[in-house]
Design a protein around this ligand. Structure first.
Ligand code: PLP
Length: 382
């Protein structure tokens, strides 16, 4: 952290001095006078219930489709099957556009709206593009999307349905990122790539607020998170510090588990080698499109949060993810995207290796709904 300050009434991307992400900061002493635990009972049942710690200043600029306040389901049958005390599934698949990307893009598009940025662009593995396109449509804004051509069909169709200009890219999300950046320069668009503007993380942090609120202001022992760029881990970790300053929790923290696919695991490799930054992962392959991120600008932030939390980073194979999906669907009625299936597979591995103990409370972050991935699932899966 450099401590430099930037004017929040101006659009920003990364810190021009070093290219690193910028974060929104709030006057939490002031916020805590109104954002009390008791105040929450009559607030909106969406992520804007945490209004004082959200980046939009004027309510009139908020573009909402009802994102957030997703259920935290008690997965008793899975808990019995794995012999773990408490498993909670945070079901983000019920968000508008079917994934947790609605939170980050709901926040970023609303803030862009407030800053007068009405022509947006981004690269996306799929779900983020769908979410941006939906919020841009709801706000009457222009959306440009750059997506690897082998992304799930649902993501391509939804972007077009929402009226976005979709460019399919030969290559990975990193290639799409370069094209989005070029389009931003050439066409004067505002690029809302994750962690390259400060506000997507603000939307994603609300998952941390909700988990704690839904657990009666207690902190789980472990949060298992399927990681691509890692904005969710970074956001949830930020939420924990904010909640401590607000007086909602003490210094206790969940252990953050970063799950990646065997075929694309740059952060796990860096974590295991004790490094601060990750090397780009060569030839990334996984059916979990959201986890096919070979290089991420926030790598050091994710690795730092995982280490500070006492957590770990682990890989699962595509086959294990699919097994996790099927098990979660059959035992809990939650049809998770492969990324969500990966959290169950990872939890099982960590129980076997003793890194999660059976008396703990574990939150599995099911980041999206499987309906968007039907074309990606192996034949004969069900
Ligand atoms: C369903 C799903 N899960 C997980 C991720 C990874 O999210 P993050 O960028 O926060 O690591 C994505 C990103 O596209 C996704 O779509």
């Amino acid at each position: 952290m450099t401590g430099e300050r930037f004017d929040s009434s101006q659009p920003h991307r990364t810190n021009p001095a070093n290219g690193k992400p910028l974060f929104a900061r709030y006057d939490l002493d002031r916020a805590k006078t109104t954002l009390t635990k008791d105040s929450l009972s009559d607030r909106p049942t969406n992520m804007w219930r945490y209004r004082e710690v959200m980046p939009v200043i004027d309510d009139g600029n908020i573009i909402t489709l009802g994102e957030g306040w997703t259920p935290l389901l008690k997965a008793d049958r899975l808990a019995a099957a794995t012999d773990v005390n408490t498993i909670l599934i945070k079901d983000e698949g019920v968000n508008p556009t079917g994934s947790f990307k609605a939170r980050g893009l709901g926040a970023a598009v609303s803030k862009a709206n407030e800053l007068g940025q009405t022509r947006l662009t981004m690269p996306s593995a799929g779900n983020a593009a769908g979410a941006m396109s939906a919020y841009a449509a709801a706000g009457g804004m222009e959306a440009h999307v750059f997506m690897p051509k082998d992304a799930p069909i649902a993501n391509k169709v939804e972007c077009e349905a929402y009226g976005a200009r979709l460019t399919l890219v030969e290559g990975f999300i990193t290639d799409a990122g370069q094209m989005s950046q070029r389009a931003a320069e050439e066409l004067g668009l505002f690029d809302v790539s994750t962690l390259r503007e400060p506000y997507r993380a603000e939307g994603k942090k609300t998952m941390g607020y909700e988990i704690v609120e839904q657990m009666g202001f207690e902190v789980p022992d472990v949060i298992v998170y399927p990681t691509g760029g890692g904005t969710g881990i970074v956001g949830i970790w930020k939420a924990m510090d904010e909640m401590e300053e607000l007086g909602w929790i003490g210094s206790e923290r969940p252990r953050m588990v970063c799950v990646q696919a065997e075929g694309c695991a740059p952060l796990v490799a860096a974590f295991e080698k004790g490094e601060e930054f990750a090397e780009p992962f060569p030839n990334p392959q996984t059916l979990a499109a959201g986890m096919r991120v070979p290089a991420a600008i926030g790598d050091f932030l994710v690795i730092r949060a995982v280490r500070e939390s006492g957590g770990t980073a682990v890989t699962v194979s595509d086959e294990e993810m699919v097994d996790g999906m099927v098990e979660m669907a059959r035992m809990e009625g939650v049809f998770a995207a492969p990324e969500g299936g990966a959290t169950l597979a990872a939890m099982r591995k960590l129980i076997d290796s003793g890194l999660i103990s059976r008396d703990e409370r574990v939150v599995l972050l099911v980041t999206g709904n499987a309906h968007k991935y039907l074309d990606m699932l192996p034949a004969g899966m069900i």
